[in-house]
Design a protein around this ligand. Structure first.
Ligand code: ADP
Ligand code: MG
Length: 585
């Protein structure tokens, strides 16, 4: 054997350094610490958990529970790395608790200032242990009720490099609230209290699952959720599906719980997406709360530091249970009429009212022979409409509306044009809003009656925080107590839509885009959302002048070939295309 001289020696890292490295993985932001502490409380059998945050958790996080507590002589052990009471028989295959790695408390103690005060139910008094930047102080006697109270202050004070990556307290608070919300959905029988800077965000008593889901998903969801229940082998899926009419701009309304653990697992996400794909618009996200239980040995939770993703032994079976159950619930809903899905009219061309005949462009013949039982269709002359030279009017003249959704037009070059009326109008509205905004402010139109819109408190607060910016976009609102805003005006270009869906969508948009996104991009996203609501919907019957006006406006508008989401707004088939299709060439 030969010797290599200058290789660095391999060494085992000191405990304190290992803890700081683990802290970076397990506790990447205050919300992650909140998650670990609440999970510990649930593992300890708490019936009531209260969480309070100061400055988004950066200044302080306190989690108090009435669970089993930690014996004074074990407190020093609890803050050691890889110390856990939860893997009694070294069994990584059947994990029944939320925690099991024994990493959270030492990681938090390495990154911040940690104080744990605990009293087991049968003990006469409590004890406190402190860990600050990895330094453990001796136990102190303390007073307190049975249970455990954990206080974290000065997040990441000991890891300045990490501290720089923390976002604005409001963003950190949003993440922390989302975490508590998910855990509260996962454990409905436990009472949850959440407060932030002294303000109560929610205070939920022990509840049955439907009540808890309704309380957390908001009033618009609560009344329309479709209950689910299905089993396959040892797997059981329960929960609630939102109807297709209830969609959100983001996936923030989707909750997945596997064996009591809130997850964001791709197998389940794909299942939801596939089941809803046929019934909701692309780019929209359904609302759903899924609870899956299966034998612990059929799922590995030990694949992701935050345990958000799982490894199912049979992912295909899980996916098919989710898709099958949701699809059935959704189709049942259509049959029962519980869901206001637009019903598809039979394939037919709708004749234009004859009152419009006078306004028809040159080239239209007088029409409309009823074809024995079939709906009459407006007939177009073989000659091109001369008044519509296609150089000037590449989208031609409207000749019919299909399914109250598509405009059929014909150009002077013998081309057939199909226009998706909603997609097209959405783009026109978006561009109109964009131009007004660039020119110094979107024109707004006061509502005849200012309208109150109820929404989760955090969303209301966020909208109010953006009130000035929204006003420059034509949307005037003000606070209306906690959990509501008063809408006074909307952009004039939107016409007269219902304010509530717009407001809820904007709240989602603002929550989603966060401060990470450039302001200009965020404002444009807000304009796009508003445009969507202010536009002619699929399903609205248009008169011929309305259709022609839309075509002319499209021709005059930049980017009109795609809607704000990038989908095409129209389709053009030349006479040659048709001839090829019918093998005439
Ligand atoms: P893990 O949860 O993976 O076991 P932690 O570092 O989160 O690791 O906690 C270490 C141990 O401290 C736990 O196994 C548990 O015995 C004890 N513990 C932590 N928090 C609580 C609590 N709120 N109530 C009772 N025991 C707790
Ligand atoms: Mg834990």
């Amino acid at each position: 054997m030969c010797k290599e001289a200058r290789l660095p020696a391999i060494r085992i890292l000191p405990e304190s350094l290992a803890n700081r490295i683990a802290a970076g993985e397990v506790i990447e932001r205050p919300a992650a610490a909140v998650k670990e502490l609440v999970e510990n409380a649930l593992d300890a059998g708490a019936r009531r958990i209260s969480v309070s945050l100061a400055e988004g958790g950066i200044a302080a996080i306190e989690v108090a529970d009435d669970g089993a507590g930690i014996a004074a002589e074990e407190l020093a052990l609890a803050v050691q790395r890889h110390a856990t009471s939860k893997l009694a028989n070294d069994d990584l295959v059947r994990i029944a608790t939320l925690g099991f790695r024994g990493e959270a408390l030492p990681s938090i103690g390495a990154a911040a200032r940690l104080a744990i005060t605990s009293r087991p139910r049968q003990a006469a008094c409590a004890a406190t242990i402190r860990v600050e930047g990895g330094q453990i102080s001796p136990l102190e006697p303390a007073a307190g009720p049975p249970g455990t109270r954990v206080l974290i202050t000065d997040f990441f004070f000991a890891i300045p490099a990490r501290r720089k990556f923390l976002k604005h307290p409001r963003t950190e608070a949003d993440h922390a609230e989302a975490v508590v919300r998910r855990l509260a959905l996962a454990a409905p029988s436990v009472a949850f209290h959440l407060e932030e800077d002294g303000r109560t965000l929610f205070d939920l008593p022990a509840q049955d699952p439907p009540t808890r889901v309704a309380a957390l998903l908001g009033p618009d969801a609560a009344s329309s959720l479709i209950p689910l229940s299905a089993a396959r082998g040892a797997m059981r899926l329960t929960g609630f599906a939102g109807p297709p009419a209830l969609t959100r701009g983001t996936a923030a309304g989707q909750f997945m719980v596997v064996n009591g653990r809130p997850v964001a697992d791709p197998v389940l996400k794909v299942g939801i997406r596939v089941a809803y794909r046929p019934v909701i618009a692309e780019g929209r996200h359904p609302v759903a709360a899924l609870y899956l239980t299966l034998p612990a040995e059929d799922v590995d939770v030990n694949v992701h530091p935050a345990k958000l993703e799982l490894r199912f032994r049979d992912p295909a079976a899980v996916r098919s249970l989710v898709i099958g159950t949701l699809s059935q619930a959704l189709s049942g809903a259509i049959g029962s009429g519980a869901v206001p899905l637009p019903t598809r009219p039979p394939l037919s061309l709708r004749p234009l009212p004859s009152a419009l005949a006078g306004s028809a462009p040159a080239g239209f013949a007088e029409p409309a022979l009823p074809l024995g039982g079939l709906p009459a269709a407006r007939v177009v002359t073989a000659a091109a409409p001369d008044a519509m030279p296609s150089s000037e009017h590449p989208l031609g003249a409207a000749v019919a509306q299909l399914f109250d959704t598509y405009i059929v037009a014909v150009t002077g070059e013998e081309e057939l044009v199909l226009v998706d009326q909603h997609a097209a109008h959405e783009r026109l509205t978006h561009e109109k809003l964009r131009v007004q905004h660039l020119e110094g402010g979107v024109r707004s139109q006061p509502l005849l009656l200012p309208q109150v819109v109820d929404l989760p408190e955090r969303d209301a607060a966020r909208l109010v925080a953006y009130a000035e910016t929204l006003a420059s976009l034509g949307l005037v609102l003000e606070p209306f107590g906690p959990g509501a805003v008063l809408v006074r005006a909307l952009p004039a270009a939107l016409g007269t839509p219902e304010p509530a869906p717009i407001i809820r969508d904007l709240a989602d948009e603002l929550a989603e885009s966060g401060e990470e996104t450039a302001l200009a991009t965020r404002l444009d996203a807000v304009l796009a959302r508003m445009a969507c609501h202010g536009s002619v919907r699929a399903g609205r019957r248009l008169s011929q002048p309305e259709m022609d006006a839309l075509l002319r406006e499209m021709e005059a508008t930049p980017r009109a070939a795609t809607c704000s989401h990038g989908r095409p707004t129209f389709l053009k088939l030349s006479k040659a295309d048709l001839e090829r299709f019918f093998s005439r060439r």
